[in-house]
Design a protein around this ligand. Structure first.
Ligand SMILES: Nc1nc2c(ncn2[C@@H]2O[C@H](COP(=O)(O)OP(=O)(O)OP(=O)(O)O)[C@@H](O)[C@H]2O)c(=O)[nH]1
Ligand SMILES: [Mg+2]
Length: 373
């Protein structure tokens, strides 16, 4: 029997934490139980890898591009309505932009207050990549973002109801215990879960909480919107598409080679990668897709989806978010595209604008407008 109120689940977390991967796992889990799911993706730009991945997984998806949920709250509401009308979902799962914070005050609580009759609002989950989280919390060495970007990262953790350490199979038991303890100590309000969206470990307990738990009244945190705006604008965004054609090649290898070429140039320019994600789709077969990702400049690109057939002709999509000027990202992408014989189609590079949320309310419904520059 259909639930009259679909559950609205939001899975936040910094760029590259594994939100899309975890959301697709949750969607598959629900599908196996015979429950209908609708997905909502979000980005500052258009031409999204996440939407392509959701579509390739064959779930109904609505995309909100050109701004984040908090600044385009009414578009989010329209997307939930549209999915509700077309697919009668039992569960709606929304992925906010990974450089956004203050989601509790600007999305979760407004959703509950304005549309609580229509949707059951789940507790807010925030995923973390463990290597990045250890660096931010001082538990591990390696390249860091600038302090104002790290401000956003820490604010994301501070507002979580459920803090989810993802990719746990990358850590040994001692490292996981240390990270979980540090998160509990620094962010005592949150319940901490340790999972691997890739292997499935630990997902059941977290899924159970978001599927059955209620959002209890919660305080909103202080956010310095000036620091938040400056931090977000330190991240350059680039979305591009390109056509590739030639004799049949291993498209998976080709995608990894492009990833390495981009990474090497970004490393030389001292640009810390937040998330480089790319898809390669063969012409005429949107369901056969390769996806490559890289979530730090000092890591290696890896494939999260593989093309099943040799690649002859098709489209490359590049979504690059890094701490760098957009012009630098553009120059590097143009150089690498030229070297691989990729004919660039659309290309947009920019910095996110100053966040200015549609609503910002506490659990009692009182408006708290942020102080903007
Ligand atoms: N090792 C490992 N990698 C994972 C796991 N979950 C996700 N990843 C990888 O992490 C990278 C980023 O995953 P995404 O799901 O695209 O991350 P995201 O948070 O949606 O990223 P943005 O949309 O850019 O903010 C990809 O390479 C995934 O395959 C995991 O449990 N273990
Ligand atoms: Mg994503």
């Amino acid at each position: 029997m259909k639930q009259s109120q679909p559950r609205y689940i939001m899975v936040g977390g910094f760029l590259g934490a594994g939100k899309t991967t975890a959301i697709l796992k949750l969607a598959e889990h629900l599908k196996r139980q015979g429950r209908a799911v609708g997905l909502i993706t979000n980005d500052q730009g258009t031409g999204l890898v996440d939407t392509a991945m959701a579509r390739a997984s064959d779930f109904p998806v609505e995309e909100i591009s050109g701004g984040c949920f908090c600044c385009r709250f009414n578009s989010l509401v329209d997307a939930t309505r549209k999915l509700t009308a077309t697919t009668r979902p039992d569960v709606l799962i929304a992925e906010p932009v990974g450089s956004c914070t203050d989601l509790m005050a600007t999305v979760t609580l407004p959703m509950k207050q304005l549309y609580g009759e229509n949707y059951r609002i789940a507790p807010l989950s925030v995923l973390v990549d463990p290597i990045r989280a250890m660096r931010v919390l001082g538990l591990g060495g390696g390249r860091q973002f600038a302090p104002k970007v790290t401000y956003i990262y820490r604010k994301q953790l501070e507002e979580a109801n459920l803090l989810v350490v993802n990719k746990c199979e990358l850590l040994d038991a001692t490292q996981t215990a240390k990270l979980v303890a540090a998160l509990k100590q620094n962010f005592p309000k949150a319940d901490v879960f340790a999972v691997s969206a890739r292997t499935g470990d630990g997902l059941a307990a977290w899924f159970d909480r978001i599927l059955t738990g209620e959002l209890s009244a919660t305080d909103i945190m202080d956010v310095d919107y000036i620091t938040y705006g400056v931090g977000e604008a330190m991240l350059g965004w680039l979305n591009a598409t390109a056509r590739l054609s030639g004799s049949p090649v291993d498209g998976n290898e080709l995608l990894l080679r492009i990833g390495c070429a981009l990474r090497d140039r970004l490393a030389k320019a001292d640009a810390e990668i937040a998330h480089l994600k790319m898809t390669l789709t063969a012409t005429g077969d949107g369901l056969d897709i390769a996806v490559a990702n890289l979530v730090r400049t000092d890591a290696v690109p890896e494939l999260s989806f593989r093309l099943a057939e040799p690649f002859t002709e098709g489209e490359l999509t590049v979504n690059l978010r890094a701490q760098a000027e957009p012009a630098l990202l553009e120059r590097i992408v143009r150089e690498v595209a030229g070297e691989c014989g990729a004919a660039l189609g659309s290309l947009a590079s920019f910095k996110p604008g100053q966040p200015n949320p549609t609503h910002r309310v506490d659990a009692g419904g009182v408006e708290h407008r942020p102080v903007l520059p």
